[in-house]
Design a protein around this ligand. Structure first.
Ligand SMILES: *Cc1c(COP(=O)(O)O)cnc(C)c1O
Length: 362
């Protein structure tokens, strides 16, 4: 039985989605406009924040979010190295300097303890990543006294102590890349914040740094959410909690089926409601496991095997030109293995994955 890595639920929503697409096509309003404003209000209410600003993609949401928080060229921003490249790329793209911190290999997220050694006099912000749908301990980062931009691209709907990822820091970046838990039919992203000034600055920056298209006060971006993506997202947002609940049921089925005998299961802090963007287990020989699964038609994949601080483009940002020693990052990078996950994964498929992990394991 073939089992895909991502088992999405989009198909069932297609009739309603295509209806809405036809309405937007007939409306004549394609960039920003009422459809985007409605989605921004609905997402703000869902997250429990005051403002959402729709932008072109999650990477731009990070760059614009950092600038809206006041990060300037030359400032330092602490980022985990075990993340998607875009997290650190956005810091460098605005002329700031990514300073890499370690992660806890159990949770794949940074902690106050791993951030602290990376903080210095030049630090202007911390950029925690809610990796794989887990939630970084933002509340404990607060005691470091620095502005926090959450990278919530992989954690739409997740919570920490009952509050949504995206509502925990001073601002947050979300991505609606199609494979994310809340995915559009193309690129899309958003900045979430409860700070009205940060929201206004983000609105300005997404439209060429101009309020009135006459006076340009900032060198900004052309990065707007379009009405087509907003209309799609308005159909899908009400489904998100149900989909995430089904992802958690799949995770529970993996655990109940005995998967822990064959791999190290994802670790979920007690205060977190994980949304399993990826079901990232760990294994001492992940490539052998991936090959064994592939032989049975099961898709599995290792993520971020070369962590960001060892990517060639970011070498100029390393202190003394040398990669820092980040043992938790190296362990996470070497051992992670994402197993099939998604709201549509069946009990039989879960059993098949567990059986395949068991075969040949010692
Ligand atoms: C997807 C992702 C991004 C970037 O989002 P895009 O919409 O693809 O630009 C940033 N950070 C993380 C952790 C992501 O997973």
């Amino acid at each position: 039985m073939p089992v895909p890595l991502f088992a999405s639920s989009l198909a069932a929503q297609m009739p309603r989605v295509t209806e809405r697409l036809a309405e937007v096509a007939a409306s004549g309003r394609y960039i920003l406009g009422p459809e985007v404003e409605a989605f921004e209000r609905e997402l703000a209410a869902y997250l429990g924040v005051g403002h959402v600003v729709g932008v072109g993609n999650g990477t731009d949401a990070l760059a614009i979010g950092l600038r809206a928080l006041g990060v300037e060229p030359g400032d330092e921003v602490v980022v985990p190295s075990f993340t998607f490249y875009a997290t650190a790329e956005a810091v460098a793209a605005i002329g700031a300097r990514p300073v890499f911190c370690d992660v806890d290999p159990e949770t794949f997220c940074l902690t106050a303890e791993t951030v602290e050694p990376a903080v210095g006099v030049g630090t202007r912000a911390i950029l925690p990543v809610h990796l794989f749908g887990n939630v970084a301990p933002v509340a404990e980062l607060r005691r470091l006294g620095l502005p926090i931009l959450e990278d919530a691209a992989q954690a739409a709907g997740a919570t920490l102590d009952g509050r949504r990822a995206g509502a925990l820091g001073d601002a947050a970046a979300l991505s609606f890349f199609p494979s994310k838990n809340l995915g559009a039919l193309g690129d899309g992203g958003a900045i979430a914040t409860s700070d009205r000034e940060v929201a206004e600055r983000a609105r300005l920056l997404r439209s060429h740094g101009s309020r009135d298209k006459l006076t340009y006060t900032d060198v900004g971006y052309n990065s707007r959410l379009d009405a087509i993506q907003a209309a799609v997202l308005r159909v899908l947002l009400p489904k998100l909690d149900g989909w995430n609940a089904r992802r958690r049921r799949v995770a529970a089925a993996y655990a109940e089926g005995g998967l822990a005998e064959h791999v190290t299961l994802p670790s979920v802090p007690a205060a977190v409601d994980h949304v399993y963007h990826l079901y990232a287990a760990r294994h001492c020989d992940p490539q052998a496991l991936i090959a064994r699964l592939a032989a049975r038609g099961i898709e599995a994949r290792g993520y971020y095997r070369v962590p960001v601080h060892r990517q060639p483009a970011l070498a100029p940002y390393l202190p003394a030109g040398r990669p820092p020693h980040l043992p938790g990052t190296e362990e996470a990078a070497a051992t992670n293995v994402a197993l099939p996950m998604g709201p549509e994964l069946s009990d039989d498929q879960v059993a098949e994955v567990i059986a395949a992990c068991a075969s040949g394991s010692t």
